[in-house]
Design a binder for this molecule. Sequence first.
Ligand code: GTP
Ligand code: SPV
Ligand code: MN
Length: 581
Amino acid sequence: MNPKLRQWVDESVRLTKPEKIHWCDGSDAEYRGLIQLMLKDGTLIELNQQTYPGCYLHRSNPNDVARTEGLTFICTKKKDDAGPNNNWMDPAEAKAKLTKLFDGSMKGRTMYVIPYLMGPSGSAYSKVGVELTDSPYVAANMHVMTRVGKPAFDRLDRTGEFVPGLHSLADVNPERRFIMHFPEEKLVWSIGSGYGGNALLGKKCFALRLASYMAKEQGWMAEHMLIIGLTDPGGRTTYMLGAFPSASGKTNLAMMVSAFESQDYKVSTVGDDIAWLHIDDEGQLRAINPEAGFFGVVPGTNVQSNPVAMEMIRSNTIFTNVAMTPNREPWWEGIGYDAPAGTLDWQGRFWNSEMGKAAHPNSRFTTPAKACKTISPRWDDPQGVPISAIIFGSRRSSVVPLAFQSFTWKNGVLMGAGMGAETTAAATGAVGVVRRDPMAMLPFCGYTMADYFGHWLAMGKRMNKPPLIFRVNWFRKDNGGKFLWPGYGENIRVLKWILERIDGKGKARETPIGYFPTPDAIDTTGLKLAAGAMEELTALDKPGWLKGADSMKEFFDPFGSRMPKEIWYEHEQLCKRLHAF
Ligand code: GTP
Ligand code: SPV
Ligand code: MN
C-alpha cells in the first residue's frame, strides 16, 4: 500500500467519521452490489428489465441537477494565478471552511475508496486519481466512467503518484455546497452535491481543472474536447478534436452516423468530452480520451438524431433525472414519441404538459464506452491518435456562420479564445445567454486564462505541423427561430469540407475572419434547405463580428498585462480587417 494513500485515507476517515470503509476493486460483482444496495435504499429505481436490461433511474435532489459554477473555486496562493475566469479563495481559508463541513459528514455512512485510472491502461499519458466518497451513486458512476481498481493500482505501484479527491454529499444543501480545487497541491475537495461534474471527481475536477494546470506545468494540454476519426470512402482515417461548451453537441458529433447516402464517410468515436493532448517525438499532436464511459445529455436523443446513443443506452445504463412511463421505461423530451398517460416526471410526480418538462433538461445517461457501436478500434490506444484538425463550436443563433477556417494557428487561438456561446442547462443559471467561453473551457480552466492562451500559443510553436483550426455553428436560426441547418448526421457534410481543407482542396473564400466555404463548397445534395439558407449560413455578418470583437476585448481586458501580446496583436489585426472590409 502506497504510504501517502494510506495516510490520506486515515486522515479523511478521522475527519468525516464514516461507519464503514469499502475499498473498491472495480469488479462487476462490486458494481452489482452497489446497484442492489441503491435499489434497496431507494437511490435507484429499476427500469423495465425486459426492454431496458441493466438500466436504472436515479432521481437527484431537485436542488442538485447541474454543475454549480458559482460554488466552484480555484484555490491558489495568489489570486492572480486563478485569474478573472475563476472564483478564487485562499487555500487556507477554503480548507478551514470545508474542514468544518466535512467534520463528521460521513457519520452512519460507508466511505468508498475509489482508486481509478484516467486514460488507457499502459499509456504513459494516463494518470491515477483516488476519490473518497459517501455516495454509492458516485461509486457506481465512477465504475462506468473510469478504470477502477487494478489498472489504477498497477500504475500507482510504478509511479507512486495520485490525485486525491475527497467528496461527501453531507446534507446536499446549496448553502453548504463547494467544489474546491487546490491546483498547487493537486487536490480536490467537493461537498454538498451528488451531481455529475460536481461529484464524479475524475471528470471536470481532475481531468480538466487540475489536469489543465498540470498540463501547463508539464507541457501538454487538457481540453473539453471530443475526439473522432473520420474515415473517407478510400478507407483512410483522419482524427479531429472538437471543443464545444457543455450541452452543445460533442456527444452527438462524436457518435454521429453519416446521413450521406451517396458517399461512404464514417465517424468513429474516440472520446466525447475530454481530451488529453501530447506532442510526440516527431512533433505530432496526439490525443487520448482519459474517460472510459459517457455521461451524456439525454433530451433530444432519438433514432434520427443519434441512433448510436439510442442503441447504446438500451442496456446497462444509469439514467439520472429522466421521466418514467407506467411501463417503467425511461422517457424524455425529443425521444420521438409522446409520453403515455401516467408518466412520472423526473421528480416522480404524475406529469402533464402544463407542468413543464417531464425529463430535466440536463438529465443524463451513464454508459460504458465499449457499448458504443461506433467506438474507434484505437479509442484506448496507449499512444493516442494523431490529430489533424481542431474544431471550435458553440451555440450561436446569429452572426457565426456554419463553418470557417482560421488563417493560422495563432489566428485560430484568437478564434477559440474569443468564442461566444449561448449558455445551456448543463450549469445552473440562465440559459441562452451569450458569453465568452474560450475553447469551451471557461468553467474548466484551473488557472488564469491569460496563461492558458499563452500555453496554446507555445504549444503551437512546438508542433511540427499544427492541426488546422476551424469554427462551426450548427445552431444558426432564421427570423422565425427555426434552425437553418439540419445538424446531427448532416454535419458530416461540414466534416467532409474540413477534410478537403486538410488535404489542400476544398473551396473557400478569404474574409476578414478566416476562410469561409463558398456557398457551393459544402455538398448539399439531397438536403431540403430553405431557399437562400446556404448563402445565409456562409455570409459574413460584419456588424455582428465588430460587436463580437468588442466582447472579446471586454473579456480580455481584466487579464491585464498577463495577457499574451500575440493575442492582442491578432485581435487588432482582426479589427483592422473587419473595418477595411
Ligand atoms: P456535455 O456532455 O454537457 O459536455 O455536452 P455535449 O457537448 O456532449 O452535448 P450533446 O452532444 O449531448 O448535445 C446537447 C444537446 O444539443 C442535445 O439536446 C442535442 O440534441 C443537441 N444537439 C446536438 N447536436 C446538434 C445539432 O447538430 N443540431 C441541433 N440543432 N442540436 C444538436
Ligand atoms: C458538462 O457539463 O460539460 C458535462 C457534464 O460534461 S458534467 O459531468 O456534469 O460536467
Ligand atoms: Mn462536458
